[in-house]
Design a protein around this ligand. Structure first.
Ligand SMILES: [Zn+2]
Ligand SMILES: [Zn+2]
Length: 923
């Protein structure tokens, strides 16, 4: 084999077939609590794109790693198969969404198989099949029974192009565009079905604190989305309109309220619009809630401040939202930025009523003692300058009558108590989840509308309500399916009509991890006992764009199922990884930009292993990274060289006894060094795989391969036992990411000839996926890091001495390891929190016995106390340096002697410190 690639097609197909024949990725129903690794299931849009490939390579690598560690693993795959794009594609192609979707699934499944993803395809789920969506319907009726479904008239976001209602989350940006087609969104009033997620707002919010395996960014996005605020509800009287409820989190600022504002769709605003043309024009034309600056119009009315009796002007303003709070607010320009901007624009008074709290930390204690008490008392709080900016923090009340001098928090309590109409209140940004969609390709909402009985749930025995044949129309196809729509009322038997809305597809994805547990179960959505054993998902991986909707709805469903269906966990995903994007020249790949790299071409040209390895080594999974053809080529060359290395040495390796590895540093220092490097690579890669920092794990595995290759090339007679252990470890460290080639090479290292396809099937039984164990290291990651740092620093020190002293041809180099008492002293210094470190050191007899040397070292430790960290112990440093001595010998072409302090000349040994051996170079 040359450096230029290898026959990846034959190898990858061979092992994919062998795995399939052996059913290698199946998770039997009777395994106990498998490690559940899950990638967000894809929408079958046509072909896999690079984002999918990255997502699923991450889960596949982690699932394979867990398997090699001996875990039972559940790693399923399915299809988020309902949704509008299929409907649009079917219209364009004059087919139907079902056929189009199933075609896409077939294509994408084939691509997944060619990527070598190890899924349990026996557990495949497809949400557009009645077998799946009947359980969406069943869950809907269960939610209804529990009072968690509501039907109400609602103003909804309407995309005129998609002809459908959109959830708030599907309306994007300040311009309010449809998330699918970028058309500006309009509003409409429609009867809608809602799931009452707000019932769980508090738990959804509070439980976020315990989701320690989730990225903080996602946790914060969910907190903001739920948006809980504690405050006060109170009423202001508006002349002619009676008491009007307002919500504020800052009732402490009520003396600074200089105007009152109503949302454009507040009932009073709407009433005014009937008689006041200016108000009407403002509401209909000028109001722009998403605009950069607040707009509004005076109504000529006044509102009465319930504390001061002051009359303040009432405005209709677009920054007041009717669905947040009460749609009315008292505005305090001095202490709220938005109110401030509005007041500046309209020339309204800005009246400060909160002063910054005097900062106690700024006042020295001594000054406090010396200060005259009378002065302290008479010192007025500094009035903040609110001319240009609002002062929005809590502080001390001023200009607030009897409340002057109170701190904000106390004032809020007192005012809420004192104001007659006031009470404590909590507000949320979170709204109930409208799930009605006026489109065809979704789960029919299992409801029948009867003139006499109203909306009636379809009884369980009549589920599923199956979709009729697709009708190509511009409106809602189910409205056009007249035969399907006509039915009888389950309650009175009279004529009735089916609900023609379908469910938001986020319903499907809110519980799908549970379906994988028992995908064929006919009696229930999931097998409860098994779900309680197997769930929650241990590691979930997907895009950050799902931080709110999918991940919040899934949490909501899980909590409802825990409360009403006996599920024993309340969160669906224990650990979450949000993977970064695959970019090209710094830009997101997209069809519209024409910068898409096709996974299929990469697999054909370089193989799945190359594509997978390049992706995983290029960046940490959470980060974005740039696709690079050169990177792919060099990854491919690396794999080809690894393959050649194994093939060149396989015969000698098979004959050797791997357990004999571990040469003595004196007899064969290079072999001993390589043996240490094998352990180091295993230790680091293992810890990094645990952390899902695949890029670091792979760097280590690749570095090990390079070390082994240098060893095999540079030494006349490489120890086959050392090579065997090293290559076997390297192949397994790479196996989670390059499973095909790993299987091939592992078989060769066992003496099998996998190029014979019949042998491959036999080999798979003893191979990486089914039989191999993760390699074990004799060290841990921390020790390796310390050892490497020591060797690196020592080499750098030798270089510097040679450079500074101008030594041309060193005769010998002594490396002197510090005496044991210095390691003891260092350890004491790190553990100690005593002021007098020297005293503490001198309390140790064996340190005190060192006299001046101990005092001097103690001073050094004292000076660097904050920066100290524990090194290896003396013996371990001695061993590490001896193992690396040959490297130094090669670099400087002089014999190197590693000695302990007690065996070295006193004037040299004196300079040796833990982590920093003394160096003595003879010319
Ligand atoms: Zn649209
Ligand atoms: Zn009826």
């Amino acid at each position: 084999m040359t450096d230029e690639g290898y026959d990846h097609t034959a190898i990858e197909r061979r092992w994919q077939d062998a795995w399939e024949a052996a059913n290698a990725y199946r998770t039997p129903d009777d395994v106990a609590d498998p490690t559940y690794v899950l990638g967000m299931y894809p929408y079958p849009s046509g072909k896999l794109h690079m984002g999918h490939v990255r997502n699923y390579t991450i889960t596949d690598a982690y699932a394979r790693y867990r398997r090699l560690r001996g875990d039972d693993v559940l790693h399923p795959m399915g299809w988020d198969a309902f949704g509008l794009p299929a409907e649009n594609a079917a219209k364009e192609r004059d087919t139907n969404p079902r056929d189009w979707t199933l075609d896409c699934i077939e294509t994408m499944k084939g691509q997944m198989q060619s990527m070598g993803f190890g899924y349990d395809w026996d557990r495949e789920i497809t949400t557009c099949t009645p077998d799946y969506y009947r359980w969406n319907q069943w869950l809907f009726t269960r939610f209804h029974e529990e009072g968690l479904v509501e039907r109400r008239d609602a103003e909804v976001n309407w995309c005129p192009s998609c002809e459908t209602v959109l959830a708030d989350e599907q309306v994007e940006g300040e311009a309010e565009l449809c998330w699918r087609c970028d058309t500006p969104v309009e509003t409409r009033e429609l009867d809608q079905w809602f799931l009452r997620i707000t019932e769980y707002a508090d738990e959804l919010l509070e439980a976020i604190d315990d989701l320690e395996g989730w990225p903080n960014s996602v946790r914060q996005m969910q907190r903001n989305w739920i948006g809980r605020q504690h405050g006060t509800e109170l009423s202001f009287e508006i002349e002619g309109h009676g008491d009007v409820e307002a919500f504020t989190t800052r009732v402490d600022t009520i003396h600074g309220a200089t105007f009152f504002a109503l949302a454009p769709d507040h009932p009073i605003s709407e009433a005014l619009a009937e008689t006041d043309a200016d108000v009407r024009r403002f509401i209909e034309e000028a109001a722009d809630p998403e605009g950069d600056e607040p707009n509004g119009i005076a109504t000529g009315l006044t509102a009465t401040n319930p504390v001061t009796g002051e009359e303040i002007p009432v405005y209709v303003a677009d920054f007041v939202l009717s669905d947040v709070g009460t749609g009315a607010l008292m505005a305090v320009p001095a202490h709220d930025e938005r109110d401030h901007a509005f007041a500046e624009k309209k020339g309204i008074e800005i009246r400060p009523v909160i002063a910054p709290e005097p900062d106690a930390a700024d006042v020295e204690e001594e000054d406090m003692e010396e200060a005259n008490e009378a002065d302290m008392e008479s010192a007025d709080p500094t009035v903040p300058d609110v001319e240009d900016d609002a002062f929005t923090e809590d502080g001390i009340l001023i200009n607030s009558g009897e409340y002057d001098g109170l701190d904000s928090e106390t004032a809020r309590d007192r005012l809420t108590e004192d104001i007659e109409s006031a009470s404590e209140a909590t507000q949320y940004q979170l709204r109930d989840w409208g799930i009605s969609r006026q489109r065809y390709w979704g789960t029919p909402i299992p409801v029948v509308h009867c003139d006499d009985c109203g909306p009636v749930m379809v009884p369980e025995e009549d589920l599923p309500v199956e979709l009729p044949e697709f009708i190509n129309t511009t409106g809602n196809p189910l409205d056009a399916a007249e035969e399907w729509t006509e039915t009888t009322c389950p309650e009175c038997g009279g004529p009735a009509e089916r609900e023609t809305d379908t469910m938001d597809t986020f319903v499907d994805s809110s519980w799908y991890p549970l379906r994988y547990v028992s995908p064929d179960l006919e009696e229930a959505p999931f097998d409860l006992e098994r779900a309680n054993d197997w769930m929650p998902v241990d590691q979930y991986v997907g895009g950050i764009e799902h931080a709110v909707m999918h991940l919040l709805y899934s949490r909501f469903f899980t909590k409802v199922l825990a409360d009403h269906e006996g599920l024993e966990h309340r969160e669906p995903f224990e650990n979450l990884l949000a993977q970064g994007m695959v970019q090209l020249e710094g830009e997101k790949m997209s069809k519209s930009k024409g910068n898409v790299v096709s996974p299929q071409r990469i697999v054909e040209e370089y193989g799945a292993d190359t594509a997978r390895l390049f992706m995983m080594q290029a960046a940490q999974p959470e980060r974005d990274f740039d696709w690079s053809e050169e990177g792919v080529r060099s990854t491919n060359r690396f794999l080809a060289r690894l393959k050649a290395l194994v093939e060149n040495h396989a015969d000698a390796i098979v004959a050797a006894d791997a357990t004999a590895a571990g040469a003595d540093a004196d007899e064969d220092p290079i072999a001993a060094y390589v043996t240490d490097e094998v352990d180091a690579a295993i230790a680091i890669a293992t810890a990094e795989y645990e952390d899902l920092t695949f890029n670091v794990a792979l760097r280590e595995a690749q570095e090990l391969v390079r070390t082994l290759r240098s060893y095999a090339d540079a030494v006349d007679d490489p120890d086959p036992a050392v090579l065997s252990r090293g290559l076997s470890a390297a192949v397994r460290l790479l196996a989670p990411v390059t499973p095909h080639l790993a299987e091939e090479l592992y078989a060769q290292l066992q003496g099998a000839d996998p190029s014979n396809d019949a042998d491959a099937e036999a080999a798979v039984e003893g191979g990486v996926v089914l039989a191999a164990e993760w390699p074990e290291a004799s060290v841990d990651r921390e020790t390796v890091r310390k050892r490497r740092r020591l060797v690196e620093n020592t080499r750098e020190d030798v270089r510097q001495i040679i450079d500074v002293a101008g030594i041309e041809d060193p005769e010998s180099i002594d490396v002197v390891v510090a005496p044991d008492w210095k390691y003891d002293a260092l350890e004491i210094a790190i553990d100690s929190d005593a002021d007098n470190l020297i005293g503490e050191l001198m309390a140790e007899d064996h340190i005190r016995d060192q006299g001046d040397a101990a005092a001097a070292y103690g001073q050094d430790l004292q000076a660097e106390r904050e920066a100290l960290s524990m090194t290896l112990r003396g013996d371990a440093e001695y061993d590490a340096l001896r193992a690396a001595a040959w490297l130094i010998e090669r670099e400087f072409d002089a014999p190197v002697r590693v000695v302990r302090a007690e065996d070295a000349a006193a004037d040299v040994a004196r300079n040796a410190e833990p982590g920093r051996p003394a160096i003595d170079i003879a010319e």
